[in-house]
Design a protein around this ligand. Structure first.
Ligand code: ZN
Length: 150
């Protein structure tokens, strides 16, 4: 990865960590699931509003490291307006990208989420980046137990 691109990606992560998007409790959420990454201490609660099969709103609360906060902030932005199937497909693509299973990053598919591709070089941080998505997966499956990455 080119250094200037890396810098741009880091800038996006810092920005989302400083000013997380959709960072609030949602009243009358259709889905609410807690996620926890004991390895790092990242904690979040994800809230979703659904209209049939479509995610119409997403928000979160919690505290975590810069990677986990940026990841959940970006995720709540990108899943709004997506169907459940589209969101699950994004999770699969994101997981392949962050775990390095897919060498080539499909920018068209992941969009802004590409800024988190760098975590593949830091295996300990992969769970920080994927916590939000595991929590989303549980919420879409209508599970109520807290999600733990361990
Ligand atoms: Zn973390």
């Amino acid at each position: 990865m080119f250094d200037d691109l890396r810098e741009l990606y880091q800038e996006v992560i810092f920005d989302h960590n400083r000013n997380p998007r959709n960072f609030h409790v949602m009243d009358n959420a259709d889905r609410q699931v807690d996620g926890f990454n004991p390895l790092c201490g990242d904690k979040l609660t994800l809230f979703l509003k659904l209209d049939g099969d479509t995610i119409t709103d997403a928000s979160f609360q919690g505290s975590g490291c810069a990677i986990s906060t940026a990841s959940v902030s970006l995720m709540t932005e990108i899943i709004k307006g997506k169907t459940q199937a589209q969101a699950e497909a994004l999770f699969t693509t994101f997981h392949e990208m962050t775990t390095g299973k897919e060498e080539h990053i499909n920018l068209e598919a992941v969009g802004k989420l590409a800024v988190l591709a760098g975590v593949r070089e830091f295996p300990a941080r992969v769970k920080c980046a994927t916590l939000a998505w595991h929590t989303l997966d549980a919420a879409l499956k209508n599970q109520h137990e807290a999600v733990s990455t361990e």
